[in-house]
Design a protein around this ligand. Structure first.
Ligand SMILES: [Ca+2]
Ligand SMILES: [Ca+2]
Length: 130
């Protein structure tokens, strides 16, 4: 009986499920999800913070979410039991300027983001090293 102890790593059928989901979302089969494709996720459709979610998923900041980023993001989004990770994810959503703090300015920016659909194209994220 080789039942593997569940770790916090993704299991292969999780990955398979994600691949299916990713394939469905990637309407133009480009191998990455554009903001538009990303917004077709049911759970996110009605979420005013969807653009922030994309931002957090989009680790390399190229404006699209590739499969690796998708897996990583979904994992923290849906991770079971890992409250810390969930909190961190939620925190990242609100920490718009990524300084590690949720400042007074951030909620104001959020409102602007919420109202505006389709943000202007990012001209390459500023490289901030910490
Ligand atoms: Ca695509
Ligand atoms: Ca990306």
């Amino acid at each position: 009986m080789g039942q593997e102890a569940s770790t916090d790593k993704l299991e292969s059928n999780d990955i398979l499920r994600m691949m299916k989901k990713f394939g469905k979302l990637d309407a133009d089969k480009s191998g990455a999800l554009s903001a538009e494709e990303f917004m077709s996720i049911n759970e996110l459709k009605s979420n005013p913070l969807v653009e922030r979610v994309i931002d957090v998923f989009d680790i390399d900041g190229n404006g699209e979410v590739d499969f690796n980023e998708f897996i990583t993001g979904m994992h923290s989004f849906a991770s079971r039991g890992e409250t810390n990770q969930k909190l961190k994810f939620a925190f990242n959503i609100y920490d718009i300027d990524k300084d590690g703090y949720i400042t007074n300015a951030d909620p104001a920016k959020l409102q602007v983001l919420g109202k505006r659909r389709g943000r202007p194209k990012k001209a390459g994220k500023a490289l901030s090293r910490s």
